[in-house]
Design a protein. Structure first.
Length: 134
């Protein structure tokens, strides 16, 4: 009899609903009491961090910045180029990193096998990590 009741509840989705409520509560209270990160967030840390990094980098790329990293400045041959070319290159690098993290935020990201573009964006992020200041 108990097995029959459990089977009926499973078919109705009650256990699925119960699980979803438990995860939502764990996430809420975990973030509240553990510095903004809960155990469900840690189950897929890449999917938790990617949208936050993308959002932060997007705001950084959109704001008015006053400088360019030395490594970008050194890439430009100033003899032939206009003065703003280093800012243009730095913006292009930032937007490429933003695009890579936004792609990694997508739900279909974990199912893809061709991640060369995303890896290139991660490499740029690592190369310019200490230059994300203004």
């Amino acid at each position: 009899m108990i097995r029959c009741i459990e089977e009926c509840l499973t078919r109705l989705g009650v256990y699925s609903l119960k699980w979803r409520v438990q995860v939502a509560l764990r996430t809420f209270f975990g973030r509240l009491f553990h510095g903004g990160v809960s155990k469900p967030d840690l189950w897929s840390l890449d999917m938790f961090l990617a949208p936050k990094i993308a959002k932060s980098l997007r705001r950084f790329a959109e704001m008015k910045r006053h400088g360019v990293p030395i490594s970008v400045h050194d890439m430009v041959d100033k003899k032939d180029q206009e003065d703003d070319i280093d800012f243009i290159i730095w913006n292009a690098i930032l937007w490429k990193i933003v695009d890579g993290f936004e792609r990694m935020s997508d739900d279909e990201y974990c199912c893809r096998t061709d991640l060369e573009y995303e890896q290139e964006c991660l490499d740029l992020f690592a190369d310019f990590f200490f230059n994300l200041w203004d």
